[in-house]
Design a protein around this ligand. Structure first.
Ligand code: SAH
Length: 249
């Protein structure tokens, strides 16, 4: 049977948190199908066992628009391209930017391949912290004004949502987790259950459960996802869990 393979196509692939076993079958298939892979070097390395022999285009961090245009130019040449993103490509990833640029490249088809985002892969490591409503908030103020981040944090805490923090720190934003804690302090008691997971699905994976009082001084980095529990969250045996409200005898 002849396989029907289209060209001028770009898959925007969420590769999950970092371990090939945590990629969807669809994501693996997209990487098999493509002939060109575009991505940031750390992510390319995570999937290198699946991309051997392909044309690999590695682009530096913070050059996202350039990376997208490179992908489009390859697709215009007739290539089948995969743009890879960690976690899910539509969650603080490249998918939206690719769609914004699409009108400039008629004839190119885009497909987004869903991936497991850090919030739920980290939640599985901790136990079950996200069993009710939760809010994911990025502490990065590169693309969002800090006042808006502050407002979102305050509203989520006031509404008793579990809060998941992405980008809790970086080299230039070392104290942002403490800033986040200071912002929500009015709504969250010191003994509230919290947790964080570093390097989910990667070498050095580490899960920590702690109280809200301890969280402000926790050492986190750009590969950490932080969880601030709601009033139904608890810690047991180093697991963080949020009760859904069933009565348990
Ligand atoms: N598109 C990604 C998120 C990118 S924002 C996704 O869907 O997961 C980058 C932030 O995500 C990091 O600062 C960190 O907070 C979180 N993150 C991504 N991968 C992670 C991992 N393997 N371990 C822990 N946190 C991770």
């Amino acid at each position: 049977m002849t396989e029907y393979r289209r060209n001028n196509i770009i898959y925007i692939v969420g590769i999950g948190p970092g371990n090939v076993s945590m990629m969807t079958e669809q994501a693996v298939h997209a990487l098999e199908e493509c002939d060109t892979v575009v991505g940031y070097p750390v992510y390319l390395k995570l999937v290198e066992e699946l991309t051997e022999g392909k044309n690999i285009i590695s682009t530096p961090m913070k050059r996202e628009v350039e990376r997208c245009r490179i992908a489009y130019e390859e697709a215009v040449k007739g290539k089948r391209v995969a743009v890879i993103s960690s976690g899910d490509a539509g969650i603080y990833g490249m998918a939206s930017l690719m769609y914004e640029l699409l009108p400039e490249y008629p004839g190119v088809e885009l497909y987004v391949v869903a991936g497991i985002t850090a919030a739920n892969s980290g939640a599985a490591v901790l136990g079950a912290p996200l069993s009710g409503d939760f809010a994911v908030i990025s502490m990065s103020d590169l693309l969002t004004p800090f006042e808006l981040i502050e407002k979102r944090l305050r509203c989520a805490a006031e509404a008793d949502m579990v809060i998941v923090l992405y980008n809790p720190a970086s080299h230039t934003r070392k104290d942002y987790l403490k800033r986040a804690c200071d912002i929500v302090r009015d709504f969250i008691p010191d003994d509230r259950a919290c947790g964080y997971v570093k390097n989910i699905g990667r070498e050095g994976e580490e899960a920590v459960t702690l109280s809200f009082a301890e969280l402000a001084s926790a050492e986190v980095d750009m590969f950490t996802t932080v969880y601030i529990g709601n009033s139904r969250s608890f810690i047991n045996n180093n697991n963080m869990v949020t009760k859904r409200g069933y009565s348990v005898l």
